[in-house]
Design a protein around this ligand. Structure first.
Ligand code: GLU
Length: 466
């Protein structure tokens, strides 16, 4: 059997980390089994589904590198198919039209509640032979079995069963003709040959209804795998209150997709006590059986730690391509400065996020607009301008513009002037970058480039001489 999994988000907002983790687990399982992964956009709720949400989902999936083999399918493009199945179920007597008015349903509901019963449709129209005029509105309900049990073995939660008597005849088509989630999801998963449904455990209660529908359609029932939700660090359901929850917000905040993916895979899944997983390792080790039964808590510190790890250890080109995105975002034109790969080499150890790296590196691409007052106060002392003059002379005659010989030349200068290297390096950093915090002075000079560096030193001499 070829394993086929899917991710089926409803595009009612950005892709949040909980959804991303579900997508990741589904993707990993497909890849682990050498199977296929389908992306399906569940946009039947036309009021709440939006194009920007669809775009955000696709962008997030691409950024996380969760590639799909089929799709994206859109439920709104499959309405003819749903109608066909509804007609078939009606013709076979497995579904029926229900003409109950809102008022009747409300009254029934109130009475059930009053008597301490769970509100459920009472089956009034199930066997009714009343005549109805063609323009009378109706919904279509599925004839749920009235007896017996419906059971399944969840890959995470184990054996789960429900009494059919607890389930009512749920609506599969609304009075406006649109099909409902519980119906579409089954038709789609059956048509698309989905073998394993991995999704949030908020859907556990939908599963028995869906299984009955599979039986009615004569379709094989997939294996279910319901994943517990993600909590914030205070034990309540993860939400905006806890900080960023949208995948693209994490990108904007300067995280690498590799860090977020590694973070998400460990959120509710483990393999011994290993914390760092390359994607091939995740694929090799991932099995749904090892997913935790209980909810997991989001821990931003761990994500930060992973991000720092990947900034330092991923191939420089990969980090640099993400840095380019951030540079562009803050309006920096890469053509006006060093190769971003060089920025990554010099800054990976000194910054925590790519957002921060881009901000720190902007000075190598754009004019500096001010000198950091704290740095100036600390380092631009009497005599600093003279040191800058000496340094300028040394640098003007530098034979090669590379970090090591430049470092050596300036260290020789410090010795000659009989001052510590800090008194040479720090005023230079201020001149070159506007702040006293930058990588090694040789690297900083290379990042600036010869012409820009000499110009900036001359400019600082003029500025601070006043
Ligand atoms: N569209 C559903 C949701 O976003 C998911 C349905 C499913 O995975 O079965 O919650």
């Amino acid at each position: 059997m070829v394993v086929k999994t899917r991710f089926a988000p409803s595009p009612t907002g950005y892709l949040h980390v909980g959804g991303a983790r579900t997508a990741l687990f589904s993707w990993l399982y497909a890849r682990h089994c050498g199977g296929q992964f389908v992306l399906r956009i569940e946009d039947t709720d036309r009021e709440r589904s939006t194009q920007p949400a669809i775009d955000a989902i696709l962008e997030s999936m691409q950024w996380l590198k969760l590639n799909w083999d089929e799709g994206p399918y859109y439920q709104t493009k499959r309405f003819d198919r749903y109608q066909e199945v509804i007609d078939k179920l009606l013709a076979e007597g497995k579904a029926y039209k229900c003409y109950c008015s809102k008022e009747r349903l409300e009254q029934m509901r109130e009475e059930q509640m009053k008597n301490g019963l769970k509100p459920r449709y009472d089956g009034h129209c199930r066997d009714s032979h009343e005549e109805h005029s063609p323009d009378e509105p109706y919904v279509v309900r599925f004839k749920n079995p009235t007896e017996g049990k419906v059971a399944f073995d969840d890959m995470v939660k184990g054996h789960i069963e429900f009494d059919n008597a607890e389930l009512d005849d749920f609506i599969i088509q609304r009075s406006d003709g649109t099909p409902t989630y519980n119906f579409c999801v089954v038709v789609d998963d059956a048509d698309m040959g989905i073998t394993h449904v991995i999704r949030g455990d908020d859907h556990v209660n939908n599963t028995p209804r869906q299984i009955n529908l599979y039986h009615a359609l004569g379709a094989p029932v997939p294996v279910f795998c319901h994943v517990a939700m993600i909590l914030g660090d205070d034990g309540t359901k993860l939400s905006k209150r806890h900080g960023a929850v949208s995948v693209m917000q994490y990108r904007e905040d300067g995280y690498l997709p590799e860090a977020l993916v590694n973070y998400l895979v460990r959120l509710g899944w483990s393999h011994g006590d290993q914390e760092i997983f390359s994607v091939p390792e995740m694929i090799e080790y991932f099995t749904p059986e090892a997913i935790n039964k209980s909810a997991s808590s989001f821990n931003t510190k761990k994500l930060d730690w992973l991000n720092a790890h990947y900034m330092k250890t991923l191939p420089v080109e990969e980090v640099a391509s993400e840095l380019s995105w951030h540079l562009q975002r803050i309006g920096v034109d890469e053509k006006n400065g060093p190769d971003p790969k060089l920025v990554v080499k010099c800054y990976a150890e000194r910054t925590h996020t790519l957002k921060e790296m881009a901000q720190k590196a902007a000075c190598y691409y754009q004019d500096i607009t001010e000198y950091d007052p704290a740095g100036v106060k600390k380092w631009m002392k009497e005599g600093s301008v003279d040191v800058l003059r000496e340094a300028l002379t040394v640098l003007q005659s530098a034979a090669s513009w590379e970090a090591q010989p430049l470092d050596e030349a300036l260290s020789d200068l410090a010795k000659r002037l009989e001052i510590g290297m800090g008194k040479v390096g720090q005023p230079l950093r201020i001149a070159l970058t506007g702040s006293a915090m930058s990588p090694g002075i040789g690297d900083t000079l290379v990042l600036c480039g010869r012409e820009r560096a000499l110009e900036r030193i001359a400019k600082a001499i003029e500025h601070f001489a006043k």
